[in-house]
Design a protein around this ligand. Structure first.
Ligand code: FE2
Ligand code: FE2
Length: 265
C-alpha cells in the first residue's frame, strides 16, 4: 500500500497500486470521508489487510466510523470489511441489499447492520447528503456510488478507472495519451458490455454525470481527478468503439506470472 493522502480537506484516500506486468499499475483506492458521521468507502484488498488497518488508524480511530459504504461486493473492495465492522461496532454497512446478501455467502456478515441503498435516495451523514448514483460503467450490477453535495465529489466506483504508468496522487499528473489508453484498456476489461450498448443510451448515462458537474472524480481505480470531468467523460464516450479486451491466453498468463515473480525479486 501507499501512504494515505488527502484529495480534499475532508476526503482521505487509502491507495494501493497493483503491479500489472507489462501494463503498469492498477490503482485500488478506498476513501475516508470526514463527514460529521465519518464514512469509509470500501475496504481495500484482503492480502493487504494489516497495512490497510494501520493506514486507516493513522487517520481515524476506527470506532468513530459511522458508515461503511461498500460500493459493490468485489474482492478488491471487501478486503478488510469484517475487520472494520468489528473495530467499528457503531458503523452501519451502506450497500446494495443484494450485495450484502451475496457477501454473507462468503462468511458471516451482520445483516442487521446493513442500510440498504437504492437509486433516487440519499444517505444523510450529518453535514451532507450522499446522493446514490449508478456509475456509467460497472463490472457488478450491485455497483452504487454517490455524489457528495458538500464537497462536489463523485464517487464513481470502478468507472473512470485506468491502468497507470506509475503511482500518483492526482490523475492530472499523467500525460494525456497514456491516461486515455490506460482508461480505455481498463474500461474494456472491466465493462466488456460497453461494446454492446446502444450508444445514445450510454451517452445518456454519461450526461447524468455531466449534469452533476462534479469538481472531483473519485474512482476506485484511478488517482483522484480534479477538474477533469469533461476530459474523462470524452474518454468514456469512446469506449463502445474501442477494441474489445481479449483475456490473456495461457502463454500470456505464464509471461505475466514470470514478470510478477521477477518484480517480487
Ligand atoms: Fe468491480
Ligand atoms: Fe474494482
Amino acid at each position: 500500500m501507499h501512504k494515505p493522502f488527502q484529495a480534499a480537506p475532508d476526503i482521505h484516500v487509502l491507495p494501493s497500486f497493483l503491479p500489472m506486468p507489462g501494463a503498469g499499475f492498477l490503482p485500488i483506492n478506498a476513501f475516508l470521508i470526514l463527514a460529521r458521521e465519518p464514512v469509509l468507502v470500501d475496504t481495500g484488498i484482503g492480502v493487504e489487510s494489516e497495512e490497510f488497518l494501520r493506514s486507516l488508524e493513522s487517520i481515524i480511530d476506527p470506532k468513530d466510523i459511522k458508515w461503511v459504504w461498500l460500493t459493490h461486493d468485489d474482492s478488491d473492495h471487501t478486503g478488510s470489511l469484517r475487520a472494520i465492522l468489528e473495530l467499528a461496532p457503531q458503523a452501519r454497512l451502506a450497500t446494495h441489499a443484494i450485495a450484502a446478501l451475496r457477501e454473507s455467502l462468503v462468511g458471516p456478515l451482520p445483516l442487521e447492520r446493513v442500510h440498504a441503498l437504492t437509486l433516487g435516495e440519499s444517505l444523510d451523514v450529518g453535514d451532507r447528503l450522499l446522493r446514490v448514483i449508478r456509475p456509467p460503467l460497472f463490472d457488478n450490477p450491485m455497483s452504487l456510488g454517490f455524489y457528495d453535495e458538500k464537497s462536489g465529489a463523485l464517487l464513481s466506483v470502478d468507472s473512470f478507472g485506468g491502468l497507470v504508468p506509475s503511482p500518483a496522487e492526482e490523475a492530472g499528473e499523467y500525460e494525456e495519451k497514456g491516461l486515455v489508453s490506460g482508461m480505455t484498456a481498463w474500461a474494456t476489461l472491466d465493462s466488456p458490455w460497453a461494446h454492446l450498448v446502444e450508444k445514445g443510451k450510454f451517452q445518456d448515462a454519461l450526461n447524468q454525470v455531466r449534469r452533476l458537474d462534479p469538481k472531483l472524480i473519485l474512482s476506485a481505480h484511478l488517482p483522484p481527478a480534479k477538474g477533469m470531468t469533461e476530459q474523462l467523460l470524452k474518454v468514456l464516450a469512446s469506449v463502445p468503439d474501442a477494441e474489445p479486451f481479449m483475456p490473456p491466453n495461457q502463454e500470456a498468463f505464464s509471461f505475466m506470472l514470470a514478470e510478477m515473480a521477477k518484480a517480487q525479486g
